[in-house]
Design a protein around this ligand. Sequence first.
Ligand code: DAH
Length: 342
Amino acid sequence: MNGTFDAEGVRRDALAAIAAACDLAELEAAKAAVVGRRGTLTAAQRSLGALPEDERRRTGAAVNAVRAAVAQAEAARRAELEDERDRVVLAQEAIDVTLPPRTPPRGALHPINETMDAMLDILVGLGYRVVTGPEVESDWYNFDALNTPVDHPARTLKDSIYVRSLVDVPPRADGTTGILLRTETSPVQARTMLAQPPPVYVVIPGRVYRQDTPDATHLPMFHQIEGLAVDTDLSFTDLRGTLAELARALLGPETGLRFRPHYFPFTEPSAELDAWHSGRWMELLGSGMVHPNVLRTCGYDPEQVQGFAFGMGVERMAMVRHGIGDLRLFVENDLRFLSAFA
Ligand code: DAH
């Protein structure tokens, strides 16, 4: 600056640059070029001191006039650019609430669990408590405690799945370890009675295992629900009433029922219950009065208390409820099958 401050030139350039700024960053740069540390106006201001008195006053006034004009133009352009920026941001962030939602696929209970829940609901409603027991079981609970003879065929490797033991157990005469995947939920009857005094009203849901090749009507793993009631003055009538209630709640109030004499080692007398369904008698469950030997083994006095018990397959009930013809569908995890229950 050589004393002649070109106020008109600085103002023209500054206002042109401000008007040309396309965004807030460009506007900031245009402003800095005039009033920033290295700005033209700042330089003019700095050199005022070297000017003679009257020229200093004139130039000082011119500098201030340009500064005011620049500030005003800058503020006006800033307001425009901020408006523009807000419009763009609002448009970008807008949410169209009229778009159809993306519905996540809905899961469903597995039909076995759904059926098991329905069966347990009914029994819990009758006053039973749900208890569970281990799937890896000793042959004492699975057979001996349940009055099963040592030579009963169910004990053999042909029917039961024995497991290797992690601890050293002396080999049995029958060649098994005596540790097996439970073949029924009945051992939990013995576990329950050994753990508490009467009265007992329990239902026992769970998986059971047998040596079977999978086909439409067999699986090596399936589910049972077991019931056990022990109290004073329980008779076969109570068993009949309880099972009729359960069967009719599951299959409909008009369902025809019949008891057939049967044999189980742990009940005497024993009976199977059939239900009239789809034009034929269908076997529903096994049941009976708890054998005095079982009560005695579990520390109960058969002179003081009586009991009844029943056990039923969940898969069979699920097949009836849902009209399913092949057991293998339950374990194949084919979504086309499972999503039908959603
Ligand atoms: N445990 C028997 C089975 O798997 C079913 C059964 C029958 C259970 C009679 C019982 C019962 O509690 O009393 O075939």
